[in-house]
Design a protein around this ligand. Structure first.
Ligand code: ATP
Ligand code: MG
Length: 470
């Protein structure tokens, strides 16, 4: 592996997870061992101290029963027979001015700790210290105890046995750490990192597959939810949405191509027929007029597409407070001739006191399209009713006609650009009106919905939030 690859490896989440797990696990074990070791050491010292205090009690008893001589005999015997402990005794008389030592060879170089000795003379309290026996590697425990007001004993017990045991324990801990703990921590850390990163790797594989064009790939969601599962769910939802958008986008493109092709074919046909033989001025005029009609239709279609895009991406700044009743009356007015032509009556049912904040220029186009549809897809002699109702949170404007209605399989699709129900294709239109109306209403934070009974009636409802609206 090159230096760069190593560098990359050290920065991976897997490595960091695994590394920190191993470090924390090993450090915890080390600390645990340290605590146990300390306990063992304390216990050993405590045991030796107990034994020393016992000897002090014996010496005091001896002093009481046999005087100083008894004590001397006792310590002499003790220092001679003590095999493992290699006991050391030094008796101080006469306020420390005279002393007598009973010591196996181990302790030859031992002197007295003047501070502790003085403490004992003055306070009568037993003092303890742990030392390395001079000129030897062994450790020893020393006590200074007052037997009588004229007699203090300095006593030394070798602790080489305990220290050997502690050294062995220390070695054993290090061996356990190196042979068992470290490899185990490394292995468990590696397993954990692998497990934690498994879903991330899967997510990566799915993303690569999607990038290569397989849009149907999705993350599998594990039965035991983790943070990554939540990410996977979000990822899948995002991909569903993207796929839907792309399908819709494709449908729109197909529809545009289809809807542009028909008028262009007609245009081409008309121009070719016109050019195929010499014609009179009237014939030329007539043909050019129908070419102009087709061009106008194409232009309005392209204008509508551009309008939808601009409304979808723009923030409506020119909003103002208007009286809803007056606003709707003007919208209806524009369509009164078209309605009359088809013997339709447009009725308005709106309280006169409702004010609303909106961009009138845009909203007029949305309502105009609903009215245009209601007129286009109604049978003659019926009513079209525009009514307004409100709740505490919203304002509803409905446009109801008694026309051909919308089949259930068309109802979800009519808001898509260029979609036109089969039954309506003979009526002129581009299939963009509702898409534009939806974009306008959405930019007012509202919604456009529809209910319909085929052959009977259709009701479009604009719902606008009341926030900021009176
Ligand atoms: P354009 O509005 O661009 O002139 P259009 O009216 O066909 O054309 P939309 O207003 O988007 O386009 O309507 C889409 C389709 O929804 C219509 O073609 C029609 O099939 C159906 N539709 C809309 N309004 C009604 C209605 N009031 N009654 C029955 N069908 C309707
Ligand atoms: Mg329309």
């Amino acid at each position: 592996m090159s230096l760069k690859s190593w560098n990359k490896f050290f920065y991976t989440i897997s490595f960091r997870l695994f590394f920190w797990y191993a470090v924390i696990f090993s450090t915890s074990c080390l600390l645990l061992f340290a605590v146990i070791y300390q306990q063992m050491k304390q216990q050993s010292i405590h045991n030796v101290d107990e034994a020393m205090l016992e000897t002090v009690r014996e010496l005091k008893g001896m002093f009481k029963s046999a005087g100083i001589k008894g004590v001397i005999n006792h310590v002499q015997l003790e220092s001679e027979i003590s095999q493992q402990r290699k006991k050391f005794f030094r008796l101080f008389f006469n306020n420390g001015k005279e002393s007598q030592t009973f010591a196996p060879s181990l302790w030859q170089a031992l002197t007295a700790n003047e501070t502790l000795l003085n403490n004992t003379w003055e306070n009568g309290q037993s003092e303890f210290e742990t030392i390395q026996i001079p000129q030897h590697r062994s450790m020893g425990r020393i006590t200074y105890a007052k037997i009588n007001k004229d007699l203090v004993v300095q006593m030394g017990f070798s602790m080489s046995q305990e220290w050997r045991m502690l050294r062995r324990a220390r070695q054993m801990f290090i061996e356990i750490l190196l042979i068992i703990v470290l490899p185990l921590a490394t292995f468990i850390g590696w397993l954990m990192a692998r497990h934690a990163m498994r879903e991330v790797k899967q997510l990566d594989a799915v993303a690569v597959a999607i990038a290569e064009g397989n849009l149907k790939q999705r993350m599998s969601i594990s039965a035991h939810p983790t943070e990554i599962s939540q990410l996977s769910i979000t990822f899948n939802t995002m991909m569903d949405r993207l796929q839907l958008l792309m399908t819709e986008e494709k449908e729109v493109t197909d529809n545009i191509a289809h809807d542009l092709r028909s008028p262009l074919t007609r245009l081409k046909g008309e121009v070719e027929v016109t050019l195929s033989s010499p014609r009179s001025d009237d014939e030329y005029r007539h043909n050019l007029e129908s070419v102009l009609e087709e061009v106008n239709m194409l232009q309005s279609m392209i204008d509508n597409i551009l309008d939808i895009s601009s409304v979808e991406s723009a923030v409506l700044t020119n909003q103002k407070t208007i009286n809803l009743n007056e606003f709707l009356a003007t919208c209806i007015d524009i369509f009164s001739f078209a309605a009359e032509d088809r013997q339709l009556t447009i009725k308005l049912k709106c309280p006169t006191n409702i004010s609303v904040i909106l961009a009138p220029m845009y909203m007029r186009r949305a309502i105009a399209n609903l009215l245009d549809n209601a007129i286009k897809y109604s049978s003659s002699g019926n009513d079209i009713i525009v009514s307004v109702s409100q709740t505490a949170q919203a304002l509803m404007i409905t446009v109801k006609d008694h026309g051909i209605g919308i089949a259930p399989h068309d109802i979800d699709k009519i808001f898509q650009r260029f979609y036109r129900a089969e039954s309506c294709r003979s009526t002129p239109g581009t299939g963009l009106g509702l898409a534009l109306a939806t974009a306008i209403i959405k930019s007012h934070a509202g919604t456009l919905s529809v209910t319909s009974t085929p052959g009977k009636s259709t009701t479009f409802t604009i719902t606008l939030p009341k926030k900021g609206n009176e």
